[in-house]
Ligand binder design. Sequence first.
Ligand SMILES: Nc1ncnc2c1ncn2[C@@H]1O[C@H](COP(=O)(O)OP(=O)(O)OP(=O)(O)O)[C@@H](O)[C@H]1O
Ligand SMILES: [Mg+2]
Length: 348
Amino acid sequence: MNSYEYNDTERILDALIEGALLVKNGFIVNVNNSLLQILEYKTKDELIGNLATGVLIPSTTEKFLEFNKHLFQEVTLVATNGDLIPAILKIQDINLYGQDYKIVTILDLREFREKDSLLYKQSRLAAMGEMISMIAHQWRQPLSAISSIIAKLKIKSLKSNSKELKILDDDFDNINNYLQYMSKTIDDFRNFFKEDKQKEYLDIKDIIKIAVDMIEPTLKSKKITIELDNQKLDKIFTFKNELIQIIINLLNNTIDAIEENDIKNGHISIKFKTTKDYIRIIICDNAGGINKEIIHKVFEPYFSTKHEKNGTGLGLHMCKVILEKHFNGSINVKNQNNGACFYIDIKI
Ligand SMILES: Nc1ncnc2c1ncn2[C@@H]1O[C@H](COP(=O)(O)OP(=O)(O)OP(=O)(O)O)[C@@H](O)[C@H]1O
Ligand SMILES: [Mg+2]
């Protein structure tokens, strides 16, 4: 190729969204900027002259993916930092200015995968919601039957002259409280899994109370105390269940950290700060904080340090996506005192 022809080819390659390689006899002759970005190389020279098979490593199992009604082979690419990148590629013979080449175009699948698994997580939540609804439905009748039996027994015991039966009075009240609590829990969970369709006019503090109630038994069993700011807040138009989901995610992370670091007096504080534009929810714990080296990564999808617990690393990422998409808001984290503080800003 003459140099002006070479420049034309390069300009066309650089205009593509996909990563592209021009290959002659198995060796890389040119690559485009998108490929450099995908594989995190700095200059084209690092790739040009190498064998194409050194960069493009077929996945162990042959997988074909349908994309825009065509079948493509799925491959795994190796980035400079060693990351494995799922991709699909298309190879085509091409004659440029009288010479035969192969042009290989590559589509990075990472973003698609991420969307897939968020969708998967959300559809699992939806299925769980339906199951809870069914349990709620099937438990309602027996729970109220037990409740009325207890009420009858209570009346009998009050009327009877037997001392022993009278002593049972407190027990009846306790049973009743437990029953009420069970119905309330199941209603809370059922409402939580219902899809939020419309914004409601709500007090953020009440929403947080619902989230705290939902995980209260876990907090109790691990002797973790929680302190909720009592300041009065103005009601705002907002999505209830999505906010509950965010708070539960954060509280669960704290519980994990308290357990992992063997903190004896686990404590969580939830405070508010309001300006005319937003409400800030500040959730701090005393679980030791997040390592400096990783703190900037915790909102990335799939970032998790809980390998033995099978953490998906999607918890905080979901919080961030939901806040940005539905609340016009943001979430940030800082280490403070002896723990982590998460700052949630919701636009009013
Ligand atoms: N309060 C906290 N204290 C210490 N580390 C935390 C805290 N919250 C989050 N982290 C760190 O951030 C990482 C990412 O959290 P994230 O909720 O996204 O995923 P995960 O909890 O590991 O997995 P999943 O939420 O899917 O179970 C955690 O693995 C943990 O290392
Ligand atoms: Mg989590």
